[in-house]
Design a binder for this molecule. Structure first.
Ligand code: AMP
Length: 144
């Protein structure tokens, strides 16, 4: 059904379910892309009193995420150029990449928040708003 599918993974245990659903949806002839977005380390921590080197910390976080995502990609036999580790705010980065790649669908996990938690928003809802392709949510985690 879909030629190209972008799977957003947060690298948690939930990612397995999201990827499995995307792989089933994509089928054998479709191209699967993986994306993980590393969020910027808060500038507040760069204050001297904390004695933290933010840029080093950021590089470490990116390296860690790259390695973890590469491993997932290898396990699924996804070519390295279809495995994307980005830096920024997850939702807009996922949407922008989906546009750049011209994917047919984005597959993303959703905790199905109810009540006041809806107001806080979730990555899935933020991705959905403004997306120009299909967005499929995979229910992950516990109901709340
Ligand atoms: P959340 O609602 O933020 O708990 O995230 C739900 C889903 O959004 C996850 O299962 C992932 O599919 C996706 N997601 C969350 N954070 C990221 C991230 N940093 N990079 C890529 N995808 C993410």
């Amino acid at each position: 059904m879909y030629n190209t599918v972008l799977v957003a993974v947060d690298l948690s245990e939930d990612s397995k379910k999201v990827i499995k659903t995307a792989a089933d949806l994509a089928g054998e002839s479709s191209k699967l892309h993986l994306v993980h977005v590393v969020e910027p380390v808060a500038a507040a921590y760069s204050m001297d009193i904390y004695a933290v080197n933010v840029s080093e910390l950021q590089q470490e976080a990116i390296k860690f995420a790259e390695q973890k995502l590469e491993k997932i990609g290898q396990e699924l036999a996804i070519e390295p150029d279809r495995v994307h580790t980005l830096l920024g705010a997850p939702a807009p980065e996922i949407r922008n990449l989906a546009n750049e790649l011209g994917v047919d669908a984005i597959v993303i996990g959703s905790h199905g928040h109810s009540g006041w938690k809806i107001l806080l928003g979730s990555t899935a809802i933020k991705v959905l708003h403004g997306s120009t392709c299909d967005v499929m949510t995979v229910h992950v985690g516990k109901d709340d």
